[in-house]
Design a protein around this ligand. Structure first.
Ligand code: PRP
Length: 172
């Protein structure tokens, strides 16, 4: 396994802080937390339990059309939400914002449905990511360009169940 980037304790402390922030920001409301599958599942689970409000949860899944077309921004909706979000306070929960393409697509798609509000909460954001116009209100950690695994993030579908985040070293 590669170098540990964020320990279980560091992640838990930051998730608690973001949960408290959401609890304050959405006081008196019932935000809908939308998990972007699959990478965000671990963060979503811990975050939802760190928010002291009657939150609701739902899931959405997207897929890029392979790495070759990734830069073209072509994203495909694989699983849509089960609930209507018109007039709802929606918080999109992501594991990582890398190029921002996925988020740009999701924002457009969800905004068209007329939510009362739409904010983004991501555990990780690349230093290089251009977050302008993406409405990323909550960022857990800003990280450099290393390939990271664990806490939901994978390398060819492995390592999502690690309790910490590590830099991937392919010779594992
Ligand atoms: C990852 C991550 C984001 C997206 C970020 O998903 O969960 O959704 O990439 O990249 P971007 O900012 O460059 O668009 P991935 O396609 O690896 O799927 P997964 O969540 O199922 O692992």
């Amino acid at each position: 396994m590669g170098r540990v980037l964020l320990t279980e304790e560091q992640i838990a402390a930051r998730v608690a802080e973001i949960g408290a922030q959401l609890t304050a920001d959405y006081a008196g409301r019932r935000p809908l937390l939308v998990c972007v599958l699959r990478g965000a599942y671990a963060f979503m689970t811990d975050l939802a339990r760190a928010v002291d409000l009657p939150v609701e949860i739902d899931f959405i899944a997207v897929s890029s059309y392979g790495s070759a077309t990734r830069t073209s921004g072509v994203v495909r909706l694989v699983k849509d939400l089960d609930v209507e979000i018109t007039d709802r306070d929606v918080v999109l929960v992501e594991d990582i914002v890398d190029t921002g393409l996925t988020l740009r697509y999701l924002r457009r798609s969800l905004e068209a449905r007329g939510p009362a509000s739409l904010e983004v909460c991501t555990l990780l954001a690349r230093e290089s990511a251009d977050l302008d116009g993406l409405g990323v209100r909550y960022v857990g950690f800003t990280i450099p360009g290393d390939f990271v695994i664990g806490y939901g993030l994978d390398a060819a579908e492995r390592y999502r169940n690690l309790r910490y985040l590590a830099v991937y070293e392919p010779q594992d």
